[in-house]
Design a protein around this ligand. Structure first.
Ligand SMILES: *[C@@H]1O[C@H](CO)[C@@H](O)[C@H](O)[C@H]1NC(C)=O
Ligand SMILES: *[C@@H]1O[C@H](CO)[C@@H](O)[C@H](O)[C@H]1NC(C)=O
Ligand SMILES: *[C@@H]1O[C@H](CO)[C@@H](O)[C@H](O)[C@H]1NC(C)=O
Ligand SMILES: [Zn+2]
Length: 472
């Protein structure tokens, strides 16, 4: 059997790349702290022995690589879910084998992990690697398209870009600029008055359209491939434009609904740009065609809309370019944001700060309103800035770190832009309707006050960083 490639999976991501140049060309991305490389035989031959990680030889052409990962959900939530004795991943593999024909595999130990090595061509799917909470699959395109719809609850899939990824560290001067905003931060009563006028009744109306709870909404699902996601995209463009932005529906991959990219130009000559974002695509329950995405991530999207409507009502202008972006393809592996952040990197964009709001609304009974910041992925200084802004403008929020991982800010962070994630809880995911067709806004513990408190923090951070003017 001829080896076609070697897949390296290792927690030693960025540090390895700087040591071995051939790795930079073979980087496929990072997923929950594991970096994936597709090594050529020459690169493999020159690899030093690694302290941690596994190397998997492959024997026929790699198809679409898909990383499957259990998400950081609260243990209490997880316990209610697995009703069968099969592990969640085994359930997925069973579903794959009944949907598709597997290649024949033989398994053998390689490194410290069990690895399945395929021995035939024409595979519809291959399990290249798995642990109890993650797996790397090679899927034919048809299977790759549907894999997120057959995942166990609380698992997420990421399609790996077929072109190799690049990894750009955030430059020191960009971090220094964020630190300067942090050290000059102080309460501004004008900012407080602006952010306080975000309207909860308006956000309630907006979310009901996006989830389809509103009788006048035709949306059943905002899954990236569903018709409803295109309706949502057009609706978002129209409503953001009504607030004075210029929006573009930007396609990034065939079959996916577009990114919605809206821009308010700076009133002064500058390339500096601040980005606030969320993802408007969603996921429902296994076997259901409904994906209302009320919390994930309708809440982040309506926070952006609440901010946009306030920009209009106050007649605000900015001394920096401001983009409000609603991504698609997040649920298939941050695909919309990967495409857009790469495009910005190639264009030499000057991003001061990027903040992705993903899941803002759920507050567990007995818990205070919260704001969670990423414990690993993202720019710590941006998280610190958001945290200090929160203490000033939304002191009711308890701020802390969350292991809930990997929203669209990761794409920007990996392209060298200072970025963070803003989340509903200083802990793992605890919304029982996460990735569920019951994720609507009209339900217990969906807390619009918390959405507003967090939206105020995003908005105040934007105002402090971008600089702004009000009409005379
Ligand atoms: C759920 O599955 C995990 C892993 O397979 C197992 O450790 C746990 O005991 C299961 N819990 C229940 C309630 O079945
Ligand atoms: C951010 O807030 C913390 C907690 O109040 C404070 O100790 C710290 O000095 C602040 N950082 C800056 C740079 O002002
Ligand atoms: C980016 O914007 C900042 C702030 O306006 C400016 O100081 C800097 O020169 C810009 N960088 C580039 C490369 O244009
Ligand atoms: Zn999300």
């Amino acid at each position: 059997m001829l080896t076609t490639a070697f897949i390296l999976i290792t927690p030693l991501g960025a540090s390895l790349i700087s040591e071995k140049p051939c790795l930079a060309d073979s980087f496929y991305g990072s997923f929950n702290g594991q970096s994936i490389f597709n090594l050529s035989p020459t690169c493999f031959a020159s690899m030093p022995k690694l302290d941690s990680g596994v190397i998997i030889p492959t024997y026929h052409p790699i198809q679409q690589l898909v990383w499957i990962q259990k998400q950081s959900v609260d243990e209490a939530l997880w316990m209610h879910q697995n009703t069968t004795s099969l592990s969640a991943l085994d359930q997925l593999f069973n579903r794959l084998s009944t949907t598709l024909e597997p290649s024949s595999t033989d398994s053998r130990a390689y490194g410290d992990q069990q690895v399945f090595i395929t021995s035939e061509s024409d595979a519809h799917y291959e399990i290249l690697y798995h642990t109890s909470s993650a797996a790397l699959l090679s899927l034919n395109p048809a299977a790759a398209r549907i894999v997120d719809t057959i995942l166990p609850p609380f698992y997420k899939s990421s399609l790996l870009f077929t072109s190799r990824a690049s990894y750009v560290p955030v430059p020191e001067e960009k971090v220094e600029a964020v630190k300067r905003f942090l050290s000059s931060l102080k309460f501004n009563p004008v900012v407080a008055s602006i952010v306080n006028s975000i309207s909860i009744p308006q956000m309630k109306r907006d979310i009901r359209y996006l989830t389809g709870e509103d009788d006048d909404s035709p949306i059943l699902s905002r899954h990236s491939f569903a018709a409803g996601s295109r309706i949502a995209a057009a609706w978002l463009k129209e409503h953001f434009e009504a607030t004075g932005a210029t929006c573009e529906l930007k396609d990034f991959l065939v079959g996916f609904a577009p990114n919605v990219i809206c821009r308010y130009p700076s009133t002064v000559e500058t390339s500096a740009t601040v980005i606030l974002s969320a993802h408007y695509d969603s996921r429902g329950s296994l076997g259901s065609t409904k994906a209302p995405g009320g919390d994930d991530d309708g809440s982040g999207v309506v926070a952006l809309m609440g901010i946009a409507r306030t920009i209009l009502h106050k007649g605000l202008t900015f001394r920096s370019n401001v983009e409000l972006v609603a991504f698609a393809g997040e649920e298939q592996g941050l695909l919309g944001s990967k495409a857009y952040s790469r495009e910005l990197r190639e264009a030499g964009a000057n991003i001061t700060v990027m903040m992705q709001a993903d899941m803002l609304a759920y507050r567990a009974p007995g818990e205070p309103p919260q704001l969670g910041l990423p414990d690993v992925i993202g720019t710590l200084e941006v998280a610190q800035l958001v945290s200090n802004v929160s203490a000033i403008y939304s002191p009711e929020l308890k701020v802390g770190f969350t292991p809930a991982c990997c929203s669209d800010h990761q794409s920007f962070h990996e392209q060298g832009f200072p970025a963070t994630h803003i989340f509903e809880r200083a802990g793992p995911i605890i919304d029982p309707m996460y990735h569920n067709s019951g994720d609507i806004s009209d339900r217990e513990n969906y807390d619009f006050d918390q959405v507003k408190s967090i939206a105020k923090v995003e908005f105040a951070t934007l105002l402090h960083v971008a600089g702004f003017d009000l009409p005379e």
